[in-house]
Design a protein around this ligand. Structure first.
Ligand SMILES: Cc1cc2nc3c(=O)[nH]c(=O)nc-3n(C[C@H](O)[C@H](O)[C@H](O)COP(=O)(O)O)c2cc1C
Length: 167
C-alpha cells in the first residue's frame, strides 16, 4: 500500500509538517513538493494526501491547480486534505473549505488544520509588515499542532486499513 503526500510550502513550515506526517503514517510514504518541475504520477498510489499553507486567505495556486486538474483521478483514492495556517477556529475552518474544490471535500476521508508558524527569519520585508499589521505579531511564533497531526494520521490509517481500528 503506497501513499503520496503532495504539498507546497512557502517558508518551510508545511514541509516540516509533511515530514512529521510521513513519519507517523503507516506503510510506504513518498512526498512530492509541487515546486518541483516534474509532475507526480498519482496512478501508482492508493492513498493521496494534499496540503499547503494559507497566505492572505488562499492556499498556493499550484495546489489549487493540481486539485482541479486531477479531480477525476482523485475520486478513486483514499484522500486526505490539510492546511497549515495561523488562524484558528471558524476562520481556519473557512480557509480549509475554500482551499480545495467542493468535490474533493466530498471524496476526502479526513481533513485537518495542522497549525503553522510565523517565521520572521524567512519572511521578506512586505510579509513582515503584513504580519505585524494584521496578525499583530512581531517575532517568530511557532504553533504547529502536533496533536492534530497525530489525530489526522490515525484517521487516515483507520480508513486505509480497517484492521488498524483493532490496535
Ligand atoms: C504574508 C503572510 C500572510 C499570511 N496570511 C495568512 C492568512 O490569511 N490566514 C492564516 O491563517 N495564516 C496566514 N499566514 C500564516 C501562514 O499560513 C503560516 O505562516 C504557515 O505556517 C506558512 O507555512 P509555509 O511556511 O509552509 O508556507 C500568513 C503568513 C504570512 C507570512
Amino acid at each position: 500500500m503506497k501513499t503520496l503526500i503532495i504539498y507546497m510550502s512557502t517558508h518551510g513550515c508545511t514541509e516540516q509538517v509533511v515530514n512529521e506526517l510521513a513519519t507517523a503514517l503507516h506503510g510506504d510514504v513518498t512526498t512530492h513538493n509541487l515546486k518541483a518541475k516534474n509532475e507526480p504520477d498519482i496512478k501508482a498510489y492508493e492513498r493521496i494526501i494534499i496540503g499547503g499553507s494559507i497566505h492572505a486567505g488562499q492556499i498556493q495556486r499550484k495546489v489549487r491547480e493540481f486539485c482541479t486538474n486531477k479531480l477525476e483521478q482523485l475520486e478513486n483514492k483514499q484522500l486526505g486534505l490539510f492546511i497549515c495556517c495561523m488562524y484558528e477556529g471558524e476562520q481556519a475552518f473557512h480557509q480549509l473549505e475554500n482551499a480545495f474544490p467542493e468535490k474533493l471535500h466530498q471524496y476526502a476521508k479526513a481533513e485537518a488544520i495542522l497549525g503553522g508558524e510565523f517565521n520572521f527569519e524567512k519572511m521578506h520585508f512586505l510579509e513582515k509588515f503584513m504580519v505585524r499589521k494584521i496578525a499583530k505579531v512581531d517575532k517568530t511564533t511557532r504553533r504547529i499542532d502536533h496533536e492534530a497531526i497525530q489525530h489526522f494520521t490515525k484517521k487516515m490509517d483507520k480508513t486505509f486499513s480497517p484492521f488498524l481500528m483493532l490496535v
